[in-house]
Design a protein around this ligand. Sequence first.
Ligand code: MN
Length: 213
Amino acid sequence: MNGSKSPPRVLKQYQSKRDFKVTAEPKGSKPAPAHSASPLLYVIQKHQASHLHYDFRLEWAGVLVSWAVPKGPSLNPAVKRLATHVEDHPLEYGGFEGVIPEGEYGGGTVMLWDRGTWTPEDPDVEAALRKGELKFTLNGKKLKGSWVLVRTKLGGSTKPQWLLIKHRDRFASTRDILLEKPRSVASNSLLAEIARDHQGNVAKAAKGDPPES
Ligand code: MN
């Protein structure tokens, strides 16, 4: 359940996109623990870059396997949200909230929108990722219950496109959690407040906050 049997994942793509003399994002040079009995980390970072998106990350094999979800998660099982599979991120990235300098990769404001643990519904996560259908349970502060990520041919992009879908259970809902809970689970801040506190672009960050929040 902890990925200890999986081959180590490398972070070359993550590191090659970033200048760590300029950005405060973690470098990811700490060796990942080879064997961990602790629960697997789950995090969503709301990221106002050139476009607003929600970065959905699941700890696996010592890294954060990551998808960018432009419209964010929906609690409604009838709603499928496009999720672009992006490069693995270091585990320490799961603690990052702040500002990526303009002009750098992903320049903009990052909020820890949700955080907790996840449990794969099938213990063979590597096989599920290869197959393109990963079922899992989230235990975050905002998102809970059963979900699936399924690979799709939609999108026409060169990057692999998946869909993030809520399963029907007692946590399913038609309420809009993105509008109802727009604040950071770490600082209770809105994007504009995070930008202000980290010398970022407040007006740009505010575009990602709900109106009148
Ligand atoms: Mn992002």
